[in-house]
Design a protein around this ligand. Sequence first.
Ligand SMILES: Nc1nc2c(ncn2[C@@H]2O[C@H](COP(=O)(O)OP(=O)(O)OP(=O)(O)O)[C@@H](O)[C@H]2O)c(=O)[nH]1
Ligand SMILES: [Zn+2]
Length: 209
Amino acid sequence: MTGIEQQSRIDPITSNHETRGFDHDRVVAAVRELLIGIGEDPERDGLVDTPQRVARAYAEMFRGLEQRPEEVLATTFDLGHDELVLVKDIEVWSCCEHHLVPFTGVAHVGYIPAANGRITGLSKLARLVDVYAKRPQVQERLTSQVADALVRLLDPRGVIVVLECEHLCMTMRGVRKPGAKTVTSAVRGGMREPATRAEVLSLINAQRR
Ligand SMILES: Nc1nc2c(ncn2[C@@H]2O[C@H](COP(=O)(O)OP(=O)(O)OP(=O)(O)O)[C@@H](O)[C@H]2O)c(=O)[nH]1
Ligand SMILES: [Zn+2]
């Protein structure tokens, strides 16, 4: 096994790729280079600490690359509840992998536990969203990764994940369409059943009526 393989923490099913870990010094050097590239002076007063700051910020924004869904869904319990569990309006901040600017909005995560199946803590659903949001992402992959991790780790009867996000790469630059929302969904197992899916979607949309 090479050093890189030993260091990598691979989630074989749902990771974006193999990560070699966050290299703080490399990010600092790259940000300094970026500042020079845009014609700035990285030694001027206001910018001298910027590469260090950006590296610390990136470590936070991309911390999901170092996390595995198993870690956040480690706490499960058996409540004998086999009806829908839905957490709505989970705030999402992720980073578009095409432009490295944020996309933000909400996630709705629901699952139907298996009969006598495992339940996880409600906060863990929000933590799971963050594991995948805190990576360079596209919204579609983020949505399906959350759904697939729930299927794999809880073995539920059904899963639904809906994301509604605004992409800053579409508002602050490029096509410049502020307010445009992208909606993505991933539906697995028994949640695909039309009546069940319709009921859950009406619960998700309930506050907007
Ligand atoms: N499907 C998908 N596309 C995304 C997402 N985030 C950003 N994009 C799109 O990625 C595309 C990249 O297109 P390119 O033509 O390579 O890049 P660009 O010239 O900067 O494109 P514009 O944004 O149209 O100016 C754009 O259409 C973005 O809107 C996402 O989460 N999902
Ligand atoms: Zn983008």
